[in-house]
Ligand binder design. Structure first.
Ligand code: COI
Length: 354
């Protein structure tokens, strides 16, 4: 049963469902018929509503536009064979959303409100959940400031919104990444561990430069020395070196990924040695040169497991082992996809079903 809180539902009279083609979905282009919206004022969330997906009207003085108080989450929903809707570890997203809110001085969204908004919206738009291979319902909860004021201070009002995007894979193919040593994504004590809009805005220029050089993505390095690997643009990053799974620990500059946490749990469960400790760029490059870098991949909600096929560093390109032969990351990807789709037993209690 879904607890309904006090969410009013106004269904669209112009459903786009008849024009929806789930067979050829790209990531983030298509949106379902409805959205969830709530407004925060005088210290509480009010006017909880599911309404037709539509534009907002904003004042030119909206403070989020000027100073960037804006956070978001990314999640995926699937349907199992019995037609039930499945979410993967949604409580982790709810917690991370509120950690981001705290860091950005924004209102807290109670976990019950976060979960109910998502569940009820999915129920209303359940016919939009695609079941074609590789596709999913990508869920985008977000919050932004709504005070109309040009002084720099935390807003007193906010909008919490959830939209759904039936989507295909974020990366259809293995990626070529560049280890970035000029620009920095996040500095110690900054906002790197929050899922806030500005982190992504700041990444665009370096990513665009890398794209012109033929790369799909960046691997960020630490802002102080550029000697240590941090994360990739839209995901955390992991390496299998000499049989050991290596990834950087969670610090103030790293986004605590749900997929990251799940992969580390799985690796431990499968008796793969894991080391969560700073990863030196030199070590990765040396291992790549010596053929000891067995696997490298990004892990994230949108990407799930994104294989890295080539790494660029200081004008050199290092080719990694054939993606087809990488057993560990293929096992991870298959396991995660199957558990999320309800095709295998949920032995880690990760699935919320309704
Ligand atoms: C996700 O993996 O859900 C993300 O939020 C990455 C996104 C920027 C596409």
């Amino acid at each position: 049963m879904i607890d309904s809180l006090d969410i009013t539902i106004q269904k669209t009279e112009n459903s786009k469902l008849k024009d929806f083609d789930p067979s050829n979905l790209k990531f983030g282009h298509t949106f379902s018929d409805h959205m969830f919206v709530a407004d925060y004022k005088d210290g509480e969330w009010t006017d909880l509503r599911i309404i037709p997906f539509d534009d907002f009207s904003l004042s030119p003085a909206n403070s989020a536009l000027h100073y960037g108080q804006s956070i978001f989450e990314g999640m995926k929903a699937f349907k199992n064979q019995d037609g039930e809707i499945l979410l993967f570890r949604p409580e982790m997203n709810a917690k991370r959303f509120n950690n981001s809110a705290e860091r950005m001085c924004m209102a807290e969204v109670p976990e019950e409100l976060f979960m109910n908004a998502i569940k009820q919206l999915l129920k209303v738009d359940e016919d939009w959940i695609p079941d074609t291979p590789g596709s999913s319902m990508y869920i985008r909860p977000f919050m932004f400031a709504t005070d109309n004021f040009l002084g720099v201070r935390p807003s007193e009002t906010y909008k919490f919104v959830v939209i759904n995007s039936p989507s295909g894979p974020y990366y259809a193919d293995p990626v070529r990444v560049k280890i970035e040593t000029e620009f920095t994504r996040a500095a110690k004590g900054g906002t790197g561990s929050a899922k806030t809009a500005g982190n992504y805005a700041g990444s665009l220029y370096p990513a665009q430069k890398a794209k012109k050089e033929g790369f799909d993505q960046l691997i960020w390095t630490d802002g102080a020395t550029h000697n240590f690997v941090e994360e990739a643009g839209t995901m955390n990053v992991m390496f299998l070196i000499d049989g050991k799974l290596r990834t950087t620990p969670l610090t103030s500059t790293i986004l605590p990924g749900v997929t990251r946490d799940s992969v580390l749990q799985l690796a431990k469960h499968w008796d793969v040695p894991v080391e969560e400790a700073p990863v030196k760029v030199d070590e990765v490059i040396k291992a790549a040169k010596e053929g000891r870098l067995q696997d490298a991949f990004g892990v994230g909600t949108a990407a799930t497991i994104a294989h890295i096929k080539e790494i660029g560093y200081e004008d050199q390109l290092y080719t990694l082992p054939d993606v087809e032969k990488r057993e560990f990351s293929a096992r991870l990807r298959d396991y995660l996809e199957d558990v999320k789709r309800g095709k295998i037993e949920d032995e880690h209690n990760w699935i919320t079903k309704f």
